[in-house]
Design a protein around this ligand. Structure first.
Ligand SMILES: Cc1cc2nc3c(=O)[nH]c(=O)nc-3n(C[C@H](O)[C@H](O)[C@H](O)COP(=O)(O)OP(=O)(O)OC[C@H]3O[C@@H](n4cnc5c(N)ncnc54)[C@H](O)[C@@H]3O)c2cc1C
Length: 575
């Protein structure tokens, strides 16, 4: 054992509310909680500087009903149909009514939305939406939203930031959340933090896959942390594959490129979407387009390139001026990372893992089953997006339910007394992190195990799924979990030990890969983004229900809960 744990008295940090995650959901929650009363002491903890959260990468827009011709009902219906009827309809209905308020709030706080010639917030079309309702700031919507929120949050005197602090566990006792443990990355010290309320806003887990549009930070830590503390994960089989990941890096080319009129073309120069979604064409929902592209490639109609077959995204007919005005980031990214100038050549793309529809089980008030623990943003599952999220609904979700989580947590915190942290749980966590993971004397490398996990998920738990491949993936992931016990971290230091962080993240993602596979194996139907070749039809009779995965020593245990239907009974889903 290289590091010897010195059991010592650990100073406990106390706040009324601790928010884990400083993306759009976390920042929105912090502001909402802080504004309820200046007596509330809010803290926000992030493993990277807030402005490096994945939310800054959001490109295409934020959905909200703002104009005549659109309606809450239409937005809710689009969301429910897009979800392949797995969304909880009461949540979708509430969500669409709150989204415009959030867009206007950001406007008042200075968000530089793109404008119409008469100065109104501009909106563009997006996949699966029957009205152009994506408010955007060129193709850097998330960046501007994040700067607006961060600027607002740092103005609040009752918000404390813990930047570059890595949460490792939450402490729940008798079903009451009491606090958490986190490593201050600069010193390498582990701290115990206690709070009356905790909000998990830790984002998605796309980095369980090799080819993804997401940042390296998207390792779903908060999902595993909650899961291990006894809170179930919901609908984890549903992973969204975005139709336009840039080849070879996977960097996103926003759906806004198709919203502005871009075409998808196969090797025959054909706009093949006419065979899959004749009405919506390139603006069909993502699950449908990702399957269409995969089918084109599998049937030999992909274009040939040095990184394998791909599909072409053609923007040339939009003209240089429009491309540079509406899609400046895409223009640069295509040139710098794809080696093509989109004004002159089509962009090489293929489907990439893009969104976790599943997450920490929470209700319409963002409450999880543990008292005092809330969840919002991509790491939560409320569920608005069901089996398939519509583009631009995620940033709106983060704003709307970030706000709700902040308010709910504040009300809860104001009504409760402070809590004591059980020291034995903190010491056990310190031992796990420093003795078992950092102190491990094995010979397995984090990067090797991580690459293997991502390859397995890419090869066997991708867009089209089959029982035999899922079974084999499960076996392999479980072998990796065993091998993880012999992992060796080269860096023995404490300060900014990125090797330790990578190991802890790998450990979290291995659990999530396992839950994803087990949930996918059980769901013997095809719905939204979960497409089973051996069960190609949607089966409402048996599967109109949410999956809940509970942590046990033997692996995930599944339970199911009904979907809330208010207005729209499931019907055929055609575009
Ligand atoms: C390239 C790209 C483009 C997108 N475009 C759009 C779009 O146009 N419209 C749209 O609606 N959606 C879009 N999305 C999706 C959307 O951006 C995300 O779903 C959303 O921003 C997630 O926000 P979040 O607040 O839940 O989490 P994130 O922004 O992912 O933030 C997670 C936070 O949790 C913190 N964290 C995680 N683990 C820990 C830990 N262990 N300890 C401490 N802190 C931790 C991180 O530091 C970070 O602050 C896009 C996504 C990508 C990748």
């Amino acid at each position: 054992m290289r590091y010897t744990l010195k059991v010592r008295w650990m100073e406990t940090i106390t706040h009324d509310i601790i928010i884990v995650g400083a993306g759009i959901a976390g920042l929105r929650a912090a502001i909402a909680a802080a504004e309820i009363s200046n007596k509330i002491d809010v803290s926000i903890l992030s493993k990277v500087h807030p402005i490096r959260s994945h939310s800054v990468c959001a490109q295409g827009g934020t959905a909200a009903t703002l104009r005549e011709g659109d309606s809450y009902n239409l937005h809710a219906w689009d969301t429910v149909k897009g979800s392949d009827f797995l969304a909880d309809q009461n949540v979708a209905e509430f969500f669409v009514k709150q989204a415009p308020k959030e867009v206007i709030t950001l406007e008042h706080w200075g968000c530089p939305w793109s404008r119409t010639p008469d100065g109104k917030i501009n909106q563009r079309p997006f996949g699966g939406h029957s009205f152009p309702r994506a408010c955007f700031a060129a193709d850097m919507t998330g960046l501007h939203e994040m700067h607006t929120l961060y600027g607002r949050a740092v103005m609040q005197e009752n918000i404390t930031f813990y930047n570059e602090w890595f949460a490792t566990s939450i402490i729940i006792q008798n079903n009451i959340s009491k606090g958490l443990t986190a490593i201050e990355l600069k010193t390498g010290e582990m701290h115990a933090l206690r709070a009356k309320a905790i909000i998990m806003a830790t984002g998605g887990c796309e980095r369980i896959y090799a080819f993804t549009t997401f940042s390296h930070t998207a390792t779903g830590d908060g999902m595993t942390i909650a899961y291990r503390a006894g809170v179930p994960l919901k609908d984890m089989e549903f992973i969204q594959f975005h139709p336009t990941g840039l080849v070879p890096s996977g960097v996103l080319i926003t759906e806004g490129a198709r919203g502005e009129g871009g075409y998808l073309i196969n090797a025959d120069g054909e706009r093949f979407m006419k065979r899959y979604a004749p009405e919506k064409m390139e603006l069909a929902p993502r699950d449908i387009i990702a399957r269409a592209e995969t089918t084109e490639i599998q049937e030999g109609r992909g274009l040939d390139g040095p990184y394998g077959p791909y599909i072409a995204l053609d923007l040339r007919h939009l003209g240089e001026e429009k491309i540079k005005e509406r899609l400046p980031l895409i223009h640069d990214v295509a040139i710098k990372l794809g080696g093509v100038n989109p004004v002159e050549e089509p962009i090489p793309i293929k489907p990439a893992a893009h969104y976790s529809m599943g997450g920490i089980h929470a209700n319409i008030r963002t409450e999880t089953p543990a008292s005092g623990l809330y969840a919002a943003g991509e790491g939560a599952c409320l569920s608005i997006h069901g089996a398939n999220r519509l583009g631009t609904n995620s940033t709106s979700d983060c704003l709307v339910f970030g706000f709700v989580a902040g308010e709910e947590a504040a009300k809860y915190a104001l009504s409760k007394d402070s809590r004591e942290l059980p020291q034995d749980k903190i010491l056990a966590e310190e031992r796990r992190v420093f003795d078992q993971v950092l102190g491990s004397e094995g010979d397995e490398r984090v990067s090797v195990l991580r690459d293997e996990m991502r390859r397995i998920m890419n090869d066997k738990v991708w867009i089209f799924r089959r029982e035999d491949e899922l079974q084999s993936a499960l076996k392999e992931i479980r072998q990796l979990k065993k091998r993880f016990k012999s992992v060796k971290i080269e860096d023995e230091g404490r300060s900014f030990n990125t090797g330790l962080v990578a190991a802890l993240q790998l450990d979290f993602t291995l659990d999530l890969a396992e839950v994803t596979i087990i949930s996918a194996l059980a769901r013997t139907e095809s719905r939204g983004a979960h497409s089973r070749l051996d069960y190609p039809k949607r089966d409402d009779e048996n599967w109109l229900k949410h999956t809940l995965a509970y942590h046990t020593k033997e692996g995930p245990r599944l339970e199911y809960i009904p979907v809330t239907i208010t207005k729209w009974p499931p019907s055929a889903r055609a575009y």
